[in-house]
Design a protein around this ligand. Structure first.
Ligand code: IMP
Ligand code: MG
Length: 182
């Protein structure tokens, strides 16, 4: 794995393909055991979580469904700042066992809002699966149920994560090389 450059920034290899797929397989086994006899619905947050959510879905050996949502950001009219609204959710969540699937939890604000919105739709249960989790960056309390990797408070790209839309197709995860920033 070589270094990559986007937008004049250098990124170094951080998590390789094999490590990602082993960890996704492990999470798939845990979820399959936890939801044995249930029929969970994975709710994938586009665009970033798409590769992870699909690989995780394929790693399940129980019956399950997957659906895809997008978060639309708009500036609130009051002092609330940016508000994110769920777009594209056609399923009725009433009585469903929902697993929200995210690429990364940074400040936790996006997930906090998502959990609240999903919980308001009367599901039987709501859990959170995230590929990456930056505990040091958290600004609100979020305890993900399934975590791929706990990572330091650094900027990450690849395997769905982007820098201005680029780098999502990398099959490995890269971290911004702060040494090379100058
Ligand atoms: P939060 O609301 O601060 O937790 O932000 C979550 C969203 O910010 C994620 O869904 C990503 O879209 C984006 N994000 C946070 N950290 C990174 C990163 O290191 N690389 C790329 N995107 C990130
Ligand atoms: Mg995201």
């Amino acid at each position: 794995m070589k270094r990559k450059t986007y937008k004049g920034l250098t990124f170094r290899p951080f998590i390789d393909k094999e490590t990602i797929s082993e960890q996704v397989a492990r999470l798939g086994q845990r979820i399959s055991a936890d939801y044995a006899g249930e029929y969970p619905l994975l709710v994938c947050v586009l665009n970033g979580a798409a590769p992870f959510a699909i690989d995780l879905f394929r790693a399940l050996d129980i019956d399950a469904e997957i659906t895809f949502i997008r978060l639309k950001s708009y500036e609130g009219t009051g002092s609330t700042g940016t508000v994110k609204q769920i777009m594209g959710l056609n399923e009725d969540l009433t009585g469903r066992h929902v697993i929200i699937v995210e690429d990364i939890i940074d400040t936790g604000r996006t997930m906090k809002r998502l959990q609240a919105d999903v919980s308001a739709m009367n599901p039987a249960s709501v859990r959170v699966a995230t590929l990456l989790f930056k505990p040091e960056a958290l600004e609100v309390k979020i305890e993900p149920d399934y975590i791929g990797f706990e990572i330091p408070k650094k900027f990450i790209i690849g395997y769905g994560l982007d820098i201005d839309g680029m780098a999502r197709n990398l099959n490995e995860i890269y971290v911004l090389d702060e040494e090379s920033e100058a």
